[in-house]
Design a protein around this ligand. Structure first.
Ligand SMILES: *[C@@H]1O[C@H](CO)[C@@H](O)[C@H](O)[C@H]1NC(C)=O
Ligand SMILES: *[C@@H]1O[C@H](CO)[C@@H](O)[C@H](O)[C@H]1NC(C)=O
Ligand SMILES: *[C@@H]1O[C@H](CO)[C@@H](O)[C@H](O)[C@H]1NC(C)=O
Ligand SMILES: *[C@@H]1O[C@H](CO)[C@@H](O)[C@H](O)[C@H]1NC(C)=O
Length: 442
């Protein structure tokens, strides 16, 4: 059924962003300030000592290269907001109303570590919970965030924000990070903020942490953890059954009896140059999720145990030129532009191969986050990242300086609030409030 679109069109000289709803008011936009009131009626909960509103120090130079402020996402979130909340102690969140990852309680005084398990390790009850929590996240309007649907930087007065569900905000964040970067008036598809560079593992870590936390808050279940799919050595997608992630019908759409049968993608395809996510808010134009595991001739099988072991043997996190051509780079092997065994041959592997293997929604990377298979796949990629971090005792200071826009060590992972520096994800997951179960020897 089609519902009328709700557009929040703001006719202002500036635009609005990911966008804590309370930071899309005209005064927040005019003053470039995103310091919302917490429940004590003070900005960033300052009266309760949770944080303060602070002008953000931006990185004007990346390796000596002066930035062209052409892309709204460069030097995130400067284009929109120059002042944001800086939270003290264990507090966090866009208004300091939440706890840092790994902490809980009214005063964020308690530590909490959740355990992410392989989906086939979940008890019957935990499986039930997982699917019902996702259904809730897909259908509950986000109280905190709205999403941007148009993206023509040259006509800012056309920008629209629409309401979205909690899951759809998550799906949109991935989409927003992936649009090619506007440089000097031209879109360059060689770059984006989440892929093809050293930010890849940490950015995706953050996006899973974001959704996991949103679901914990939505359901009041602070022990909720996203499951993963250990696809090593699978002949086919053994979790593509209606009890789990859903089987596909002849056209590739998810079976009517499966959990996500009637889920739709908020954004479609690659409608890039002057629009984001045109279909958002217009149910008539949204498409159902589809998958065709194993049917793409480019990728015959899921990666093997050996592929994962080979990926883990590269001890440099990343290497010059820090993009899809990097050799002997753990990041590039994990992301899947490199043959893991020799570290030299550029070919589709690991993360990229798995997306292509699933076909359909998963194989169109910008919109792949609409399919919950994305969560399970990226969660396993994150587990491999975590194994690597611990094996080589990696720490944030080992994150390389590099020339990729938005992927410098001190730049903020785009578009999250508040600022999380890319380098800070190069740490064990136990420092971020979760750990992985053991499964199949890893
Ligand atoms: C943060 O949490 C830890 C662990 O529970 C606690 O020891 C510490 O005092 C807290 N820090 C602040 C500033 O509240
Ligand atoms: C941007 O474009 C202008 C005009 O086309 C050109 O003069 C300038 O050199 C370009 N700058 C960069 C950094 O490419
Ligand atoms: C995009 O950026 C890459 C890397 O800097 C450069 O080689 C390429 O020429 C650029 N493409 C366009 C269309 O500007
Ligand atoms: C793989 O799984 C899909 C969906 O579960 C099924 O349609 C397909 O026939 C299977 N392919 C093979 C080669 O077993």
């Amino acid at each position: 059924m089609c519902t009328p679109c709700i557009f929040l069109t703001l006719f202002l000289g500036v635009v609005h962003s990911q966008f804590p709803r309370s930071c899309t008011t005209s005064s927040a936009l005019e003053t470039k300030t995103c310091c919302p009131l917490w429940t004590d009626d003070s900005p960033c909960g300052s009266q309760s000592g949770r944080g303060k509103c602070e002008k953000y120090e931006f990185t004007l130079l990346t390796n000596g290269r002066v930035r062209q402020y052409d892309d709204d996402r460069l030097d995130w979130p400067r284009f929109y907001y120059e002042s944001t909340c800086k939270c003290f102690g264990n507090y966090s969140g866009y208004n300091c109303g939440q706890c840092k990852y790994g902490y809980t309680g009214d005063k964020c005084e308690r530590q909490n570590t959740v355990v992410r398990k392989e989906i086939r390790q979940l008890s019957f009850l935990d499986r039930k919970k997982f699917f019902s929590y996702l259904a809730l996240a897909k259908t509950t309007k986000s109280a905190d965030f709205v999403i941007l649907t148009t993206g023509d930087r040259h006509h800012r007065d056309t920008y629209h924000f629409v309401e979205a569900s909690i899951y759809d905000v998550f799906a949109w964040i991935h989409y927003y990070s992936m649009k090619p970067i506007l440089q000097n008036g031209t879109f360059n598809a060689s770059f984006n903020y989440a892929h093809q560079g050293p930010a890849f593992p940490g950015w995706h870590r953050m996006c899973l942490m974001f959704l996991e936390r949103e679901i914990q808050l939505l359901t009041g279940d602070e022990n909720f953890a996203i499951p993963y799919y250990d696809w090593r050595g699978e002949n086919n997608c053994s979790i593509c059954t209606n009890e789990l992630l859903g089987k596909s019908n002849k056209q590739g759409f998810l079976d009517d009896e499966s959990h996500f049968a009637f889920w739709k993608s908020i954004c479609s395809g690659y409608n890039y140059d002057d629009a984001y996510c045109q279909t958002a808010g217009d149910e008539c134009q949204m498409e159902r999720l589809h998958r065709k595991p194993g049917s793409d001739p480019r990728v015959k099988s899921l990666p093997s145990f050996k592929d994962v072991e080979d990926t883990l043997k590269w001890k440099d996190f990343d290497r010059y030129p820090y993009d899809r051509s990097s050799q002997m780079s753990f990041r590039n092997a994990l992301e899947g532009f490199l043959r893991p065994s020799d570290g030299k041959t550029l070919e589709r592997s690991m993360h990229n191969a798995v997306h292509i293997y699933f076909g359909g929604t998963m194989s169109q990377i910008p919109i792949s986050s609409n399919d919950p298979m994305f969560l399970l796949h990226h969660n396993f990629i994150d587990k491999i990242f975590d194994v690597w971090v611990r094996r080589y005792k990696s720490t944030p200071d080992k994150y390389p300086r590099n020339g990729i826009a938005g992927q410098g060590p001190n730049e903020c992972a785009t578009p999250f609030f508040p600022c999380y520096s890319n380098k800070d994800f190069l740490t064990s997951s136990s420092n971020l409030g979760y750990r992985y179960s053991k499964y199949q020897g890893m």
